[in-house]
Ligand binder design. Structure first.
Ligand code: ZN
Length: 421
């Protein structure tokens, strides 16, 4: 009798829980289009659509290099969208026919069969943190956990320092500032594991000669939300005081040329909303405080993103090129060349953010470059070019990781050769 009562209570609790928590958003029938942008009106139209309606979501902003935008369209808006494309003469290509199908393909049918954390699927925050704990426990003499601070929802933002000695030149890596870019934390965790366990000479030399500061999941609230509620979530999770739209683009929220030259949006519903002021987000404020506190310990700042296959240098806020651009281009060429020479022959394009991609102000890499005088800083945009976009299949995690390692070895080599390390 007692056990029946207990079961009934549990059932009520379970249903209350499902009632309280809205189900995961479905992207059944959502499509992603590549649009060829010919003029300013085209661009304004697409930006306005995405700001005014939830039925549209920009996946990839307008790129100078390709003159293209990628936009996701809901089934409800489909006919309206087709009409607008025709009316404005915007040529286009369907990249993804059903977003939900790719989301489903991303989820494993069965959990790992006891072989533990690996790089054959994507993990949730809790699993990544448990793995981080196991790594810290397994390599106590060369690793050290550190805390960036707390997120808006109270989660701890964690990092790992890997150091095979004292006072070696440092490299700082921040990853997954944009929540939906899951390949970034998958690659960061793999890279941590390689630094600790690889026997390859070139990898050992990276591990032995430098201090590494790596934050695998920076936007912890957004990342969790992208797993639990909305796979396509990008921003932070702090509500806006006067608007229903939630969150800020963390990578537009840094206090360096904030909101300059249209490099971000002042509309809280935009995916590139910069926030009401620099450091409006507790996460970016905490990161800037932490990075400033160790500014004498590192020389290179890297930010992991997806997608598009880019290696981007400052500046983001202006087309003007930074003073050491020739050097940054040399490093970029080394990175891209190393990746191209792998069997996958994947192509990365390198150049300054504003000239090859778009004007983007208030980014972390620009902030480190301008305000902390870290003259080697890159934003890395991983695979792919849009066939899968943010929903890169798990089978591509390892190839992407291999590419990063080849690129990283070349990047660090060239950076050292040029005297920055
Ligand atoms: Zn990003």
């Amino acid at each position: 009798m007692r056990s029946i009562w207990l079961l009934a209570t549990l059932a009520v609790l379970a249903s209350a829980r499902t009632l309280k928590e809205p189900a995961k958003l479905s992207y059944e029938g959502y499509e992603v289009y590549q649009l060829n942008i010919r003029n300013k009106i085209h661009l304004q139209l697409i930006n306005k659509l995405s700001e005014l309606s939830n039925e549209y979501n920009i996946w990839k902003d307008y790129e100078e290099y390709s003159k293209q935008v990628h936009v996701m369209v809901s089934p409800k808006a489909k006919s309206h969208f087709q009409l607008l494309l025709k009316l404005f003469g915007i040529s286009n290509e369907l990249m993804i026919a059903n977003v939900q199908r790719l989301i489903d393909a991303e989820q494993p049918v069965t959990r790992d069969s006891g072989d533990g954390f690996g790089w054959k699927r994507y993990y949730e925050l809790e699993e990544i943190e448990a793995w981080l704990d196991s790594i810290l426990a397994a390599y106590p003499s060369v690793t050290e956990g550190f805390t960036i601070g707390k997120s808006f929802e109270g989660r701890t933002i964690r990092g790992i320092k890997i150091s095979h000695g004292t006072n070696k030149p440092g490299i700082f890596i921040e990853s997954n500032i944009h929540a939906r870019e899951w390949i970034t934390s998958a690659t960061a965790t793999w890279f941590i594991n390689e630094l600790l366990s690889s026997k390859q000479t070139a990898v050992r030399s990276l591990a032995d000669n430098y201090d590494w500061y790596i934050v695998p999941v920076f936007n912890v609230d957004g990342f969790e939300y992208s797993h639990r509620k909305d796979r396509m979530w990008r921003k932070t999770r702090q509500p806006h005081p006067t608007n229903n739209c939630i969150g800020v683009d963390g990578n537009r929220n840094f206090d360096s040329h904030f909101m300059e030259n249209g490099g971000a949006s002042d509309n809280p519903c935009s995916e590139t909303f910069a926030g009401a002021a620099p450091w409006s987000e507790p996460e970016t404020k905490a990161l800037s405080d932490y990075v400033t506190s160790i500014k004498d310990k590192f020389n290179v700042y890297l930010s992991f993103h997806s997608y598009g296959q880019w290696l981007l240098t400052p500046y983001g806020h202006t087309m003007v090129l930074p003073p050491n651009y020739d050097h940054l281009q040399d490093i970029g060429a080394a990175f891209a060349g190393a990746i191209k020479s792998l069997p996958y022959a994947t192509e990365y394009v390198h150049g300054s953010t504003a000239t090859v991609l778009y004007v983007a102000s208030g980014s972390s890499v620009d902030w480190a470059y301008n305000e902390l005088d870290k003259k080697v800083g890159f934003t890395i945009e991983y695979r792919d070019k849009g066939r899968f976009g943010f929903l890169l299949p798990p089978a591509q995690i390892l190839p992407n990781c291999e590419e990063l390692m080849a690129g990283m070895i070349a990047l660090i080599d060239k950076t050292k050769q040029l005297g920055y390390l």
